[in-house]
Design a protein around this ligand. Sequence first.
Ligand SMILES: Nc1ncnc2c1ncn2[C@@H]1O[C@H](COP(=O)(O)OP(=O)(O)O)[C@@H](O)[C@H]1O
Ligand SMILES: CC(=O)N[C@@H](CCC(=O)OP(=O)(O)O)C(=O)O
Length: 298
Amino acid sequence: MDQQRAGETARILIEALPYIQRFSGTTVVIKYGGNAMENEELKNSFARDIVLMKAVGIHPVIVHGGGPQIGDLLARLGKESKFVQGMRVTDSETMDVVQMVLGGLVNKEIVNLIHRNGGRAIGLTGKDGELIRAKKMLLKGDSNDPALKAPEIIDIGHVGEVQGIDVRVLEMVAGSDFIPVIAPIGVDDEGISYNINADLVAGKVAEVLRAEKLILLTNVSGLKDKQDNILTGLSAQRVQELIDDGTIYGGMLPKIGCALDAVQNGVHSAHIIDGRVPHAVLLEILTNQGIGTLITRR
Ligand SMILES: Nc1ncnc2c1ncn2[C@@H]1O[C@H](COP(=O)(O)OP(=O)(O)O)[C@@H](O)[C@H]1O
Ligand SMILES: CC(=O)N[C@@H](CCC(=O)OP(=O)(O)O)C(=O)O
């Protein structure tokens, strides 16, 4: 290595020092969206980032999605995917597919990736240790019928919202070498399974663990306005305006909602970043080059 390159390498390593000192010993919850699992190279760069974080004393907790992967298997079974306000309409048959894909294929693939990159991981669904207690989610629809006084309630089947998180299993894992990898499946008092949007689970997990950061990896470079500019440092009121005028829709709705809730409830900062950028997590945590949309408490 020539001297110039050696100097540059040393400079980059030293740049990480204040971040390592600041974040070592803290918990960072990372939501790994199905859309960010684009190719093998990206998946490996994600796993390397997570292993490096753990090696420098940060406690990463991964909550993963897998929407496109669920959609693929449903299509192979001849079932169409339907979404209302960013939530998958989930009948009993779809719930079975959700459990197979999230709890099986996707969860174990991420665990495997971490092992292949030199770390140790343990895969959990919200059913393990009753980690995620869920209740049925009811959506309020916009009714066009002026005769209806209350907004229409839409039933989207086995879709849940988080009622509580039992942190004991996570605390056990946090003190060890193992990195928890959580599939967003919840269970209610009667043992009924629920499909929960992974952003919502990540937000609640970050809240109960009092995480330093909530990082939401997705397939866009951040929250955008209508002219495609990345928006950052947003107030709750500004977000509501952007929802009302249709700038924020679909899968971005639960993402921005849970980011705002998390920072209101004790998480230091939430970041919506582009999971298609190699090493996006590392750049966000250990360098000056934060990317995407930052949300903090105001
Ligand atoms: N204002 C916005 N800025 C950026 N993306 C938006 C916005 N409103 C809606 N979206 C949509 O949200 C999507 C991200 O959510 P989603 O598809 O659920 O991703 P993930 O699988 O990563 O959770 C983007 O691909 C985009 O289509
Ligand atoms: C209720 C609901 O919509 N659940 C999601 C769970 C997976 C998920 O959130 O995946 P991404 O993060 O990759 O979108 C779904 O069925 O697609």
